[in-house]
Ligand binder design. Structure first.
Ligand SMILES: Cc1ncc(COP(=O)(O)O)c(C=O)c1O
Length: 421
């Protein structure tokens, strides 16, 4: 019999009933865990909307420069460019630290803002940078899209940056949602946004409903019968060798029609039901279980090995060779691993930043979210052990070839780890 214990390690899901109830009882304010950052909070439909808004509020325009981290997603870069400003990358080290000396060198009379991204739940110490920005008359913007709950306690004081942006669908089962938090109050900011687009919100609900269903009993059986999860298949079905610096996916680019909207009622309602304490604890626990479980495998190196008490992980990021091969194998096992920020924003000077290129090519993110339990984490650990056995022996150019056959059948029966089903 197919049960909930079906090894489904996809993203968080949400049922239809919960969505409708949340939409009907949506409060007008965002929950207090965001307000604790001490600024004016403006709900938006995405992180990109928050970036475009801040660019309008700070009146960035053609000829202005914004210093951006060389290790970036690309979505944030295009949102900045949409204002006419020019992004100028500064160095991020292989350990994900900001090279402050490089920032200082790159500030010119055209620099209007420094954009900082907190990576994977680890907050940079902004003391020096905030002082430098104040001294040079430059705005400081922090991107907390992938570090939502980290450093909350230390944010009880007034924010150091002039603005912070957030993105919620990376953390919870919500169809849309982001926020802009401004250090100083600005009047009429919400009126700069259009109301939510209902057809778009409905479309964005569908993957959440599917995820909730896949985690349930009956649909698990349907999934097995109907084959696989199309999302995973799409991610691994390219037939052609990838170019050495492929463009980022099309939907990462900024689109004024899609992005300049307010947050949907469904998301407002769902955010107010989040139990932050339990969520943070579960993510930290899953992260640690996973890290310990795979710590003896030489083929993979976690980007960092410790998590501060005040840090909430989004994923467990690893460096691997042959990343596409790993992805193909993990997806076959229904594990929603991500080739993190694969794809390059086309107009940046990537040759200057080999460490960031290595991160772009090699970081693999494993899920640790709040809907995964011991059983799923154990499944991920066993899968990693299995895959490592083969990936270490894979040809060096395997990373370029995305269409890779599953390896599990090649694994000698005698050496295969027992995976509960
Ligand atoms: C670091 C970072 N900032 C901003 C964004 C934009 O967030 P959203 O997808 O909500 O527009 C992303 C999206 O992946 C991101 O990774």
């Amino acid at each position: 019999m197919t049960t909930r214990r079906d090894h489904y390690c996809g993203g968080p899901g949400c049922g239809l009933g919960a969505m409708l109830a949340a939409g009907l009882r949506a409060p007008s304010l965002l929950p207090s865990w965001l307000q604790t950052r001490g600024g004016q909070v403006i709900p938006t439909n995405s992180g990109r909307t928050a970036i475009a808004l801040i660019a309008q509020i700070f009146e960035l325009a053609s000829g202005d420069e914004v210093l951006v981290p060389s290790y970036n997603c690309g979505t944030e870069i295009d949102a900045i460019i949409s204002t006419g400003a020019t992004p100028v990358p500064y160095r991020i080290t292989r350990e994900l630290s900001i090279d402050e000396a490089d920032i200082e060198l790159r500030i010119t009379s055209r620099t209007r803002a420094v954009y900082v991204t907190h990576y994977f739940g680890r907050c940079h110490d902004l003391d020096n940078l905030a002082a430098l920005c104040r001294q040079r008359g430059v705005k400081l913007i922090e991107d907390c899209a992938i570090s939502l709950f980290s450093g909350l306690r230390s944010c009880d004081d007034k924010m150091q940056a002039d603005a912070a942006i957030f993105s919620f669908p990376k953390w919870f089962a919500v169809p849309d949602g982001g926020a802009l938090v401004l250090k100083d109050d600005h009047q009429g900011v919400e009126t700069m946004l259009k109301p939510p687009s209902l057809p778009r919100v409905v479309r964005q609900c569908l993957p959440l409903l599917k995820s909730a269903a896949l985690r349930g009993r009956v649909s698990g059986r349907i999934l097995k019968r109907s084959g696989r999860n199309r999302k995973y298949d799409d991610a691994t079905s390219l037939q052609v060798p990838a170019p050495s610096r492929p463009d980022m996916p099309q939907h990462y680019y900024f689109d004024h029609h899609v992005h300049l909207h307010r947050m949907s009622r469904i998301t407002r309602g769902l955010l107010n039901r989040v139990q932050t304490g339990r969520l943070i604890e579960t993510r930290q626990h899953n992260w640690e279980q996973l890290r310990v479980g795979i710590s003896d495998i030489p083929a993979i190196q976690p980007l960092f090995n410790t998590l501060g008490e005040d840090e909430c992980p989004l994923v467990l990021p690893l460096m691997v060779n042959n990343r596409n091969r790993w992805l193909s194998e993990l997806h076959t096992r229904r594990i929603n691993a991500i080739g993190w920020w694969a794809g390059y924003y086309r107009d940046l000077s990537w040759d200057e930043f080999p460490e960031s290129c290595a991160l772009k090519d090699q970081v693999l993110a494993l899920p640790v979210h709040q809907e995964l339990g011991e059983f799923e984490i154990e499944h991920i650990v066993r899968s990693i052990c299995e895959i490592a056995y083969f990936c270490e022996e894979a040809p060096a150019n395997a990373n370029r070839l995305v269409d890779v056959k599953p390896l599990v059948s090649e694994f000698p029966q005698s050496q295969r780890m027992s995976v509960r089903s």
